[in-house]
Design a protein around this ligand. Structure first.
Ligand code: 5GP
Length: 198
């Protein structure tokens, strides 16, 4: 596949940047990404497709495109996903057409995806700017997951186990943001994006 980052560079046009952010659940990624999007309204957020059910308050086409397993698997065969992964027994994927269109238009795109997806993006777009968000400790992660009250004890156990595997992938990322104090973490995150998007 043609790497649009390279292709547009050759034509001397301003190209979009691809920002990839991953984090174990409970690290505060959603809060951080929402804050960053307010600071950088021109940043385009890539809405993923997933086969998991919507949580309370989640909106179709804004938080996710909620699709059936059948439709998702059809998409795999059709080459619809620039990356995809199975996370907690559900499929998640990013549309290749959406990403390519945005980059060609010179827009910067933010992908909030898991470590498996990030690995696929780095393979395909070596210039992608990768950011890993960490909680200060595993204990903090567990506390945050309990406090947010979204998941059963069984799911929290799975998320904690997954968190350790995800943290092991941190060296793959160009930047790490430790979400200890939210304000400081937002400032750090925004400064990375601003610095790289010049
Ligand atoms: P959640 O179900 O809590 O919204 O997301 C679970 C995990 O799936 C998170 O780590 C999130 O970053 C990841 N995720 C969301 N969308 C995508 C995607 O399009 N591709 C991949 N690989 N992971 C995704």
């Amino acid at each position: 596949m043609i790497d649009s980052l390279t292709k547009n560079k050759d034509k001397g046009r301003r190209t979009g940047h691809l920002f990839v952010v991953s984090a174990p659940s409970g690290a505060g990624k959603t809060t951080l990404c929402d804050a960053v999007r307010k600071h950088l309204p021109q940043l385009v957020y890539s809405v993923s497709s997933t086969t998991r059910s919507p949580r309370e308050g989640e909106r179709e086409g804004i938080d996710y495109f909620f699709v059936t397993v059948e439709a998702f698997e059809k998409g795999i065969n059709a080459g619809q996903w620039v990356e995809w992964a199975k996370v907690y027994d559900n499929y998640y994927g990013t549309s290749v057409w959406f990403i390519e269109d945005q980059l060609k238009e010179g827009r910067d795109v933010l992908l909030d995806i898991d470590v498996q997806g990030a690995g696929q993006i780095v393979q395909r777009y070596p210039d992608a700017i990768t950011i890993f968000i960490m909680a200060p400790s595993l204990d903090t992660l567990r506390r945050r997951l309990n406090e947010r009250g979204l998941d059963s004890a069984n799911v929290i156990g799975k998320r904690m186990c997954n968190a350790e595997n995800e943290i092991a992938c941190r060296p793959m990322y160009r930047y790490t943001v430790v979400n200890d104090h939210l304000k400081t973490a937002i400032t750090h995150f925004v400064s990375i994006l601003k610095g790289e998007a010049k």
